[in-house]
Design a protein around this ligand. Sequence first.
Ligand SMILES: [Mg+2]
Length: 354
Amino acid sequence: MTQTDGYPAGTSPVAAGDRVADVGERALIARILDRLPASPDWVVVGPGDDAAVLEPARNRLEVLSCDALVEGVHFDRAFVAPADIGHRALAVNLSDLAAMGAEPRAALLSLALPATLPLSDVDALVDGLLALAARHRVHLVGGNITRSPGPLVADVTVIGSAGRRRVLRRAGAQPGDEVYLSGEIGAAVVGLESLRAGVAGEPGEGPDGLAACQARYRRPEPRVRLGLLLARNRAATACMDLSDGLADAATQVAQASGTGMVLDAAAGPVHAAARRWFERQAVDPLRAALSGGDDYELLFTVRPRLRRRLGAARRQAGELRLTRVGVVTAEPAVRVRHEDGREEPVPAGFAHFR
Ligand SMILES: [Mg+2]
């Protein structure tokens, strides 16, 4: 959002059918600036200059991350609404900050927009992002807009802060630590599959239904509060978010920590509707949920003697379910243990270039 000087304040009126090509970059930027709430004091220079200037949080470390959503790779506009794209673009980034135990503060938004995109879609995308930002007290402090000759791209950078000795990393798990998972798995991948197949949920089926899975896919809920709680009371020894599935996260944490893991098949908190969906297709629900991505839950490890700290975090986390799903082992392999005692290697997670 560089260079807005000289542009009249207020969004210029546009006709309902207007598209990105019908207005200039500056008019697009003005539409975004119009939607922003007032900046806090620590935003020294906000949107509208060549760069944003932030005052660092006192005695805190900066935590930064970026992640892009590319149309055709991460979403399909046929069944993901513009507001969902905005929400997702920020949510996946907040999830990474949550996994580090960081408190989010600011975001930058870089958009590459097809010229034929309706202006109302741009507005909705920004509004979807800003609604989630407001809930987590994140301020959009800058960005960029460019035209895309192909897909829509929403690239977000987030900036957060964490206490010096409170950062959660993937490395840190030790043999004997217990492995925990927030929420449920499998919902997002079934949400995506059912949206692709054009299957709708039943009316009134509630949080265990297919519509809930689709909502989980379209609007993932980053576990920012849990990440902060785990970091603040140092309950967790290692942590990672589940962008590419439980199997992938378990493997990454184990590798970073120089350990292995055994996941308990019976404990896997697979979403009820996801379980039914997989069973109807004669697919092993746990196996599918382990390798399915987009859940954005947190996987973390806890030293058994620090379990009381976890209890405190659990009480403060409210409704969020935390399930013990396994144990960290010295032997460097990640396996699933079935109820009959049989063990097998975890299935591979979602890989972007496969
Ligand atoms: Mg991550």
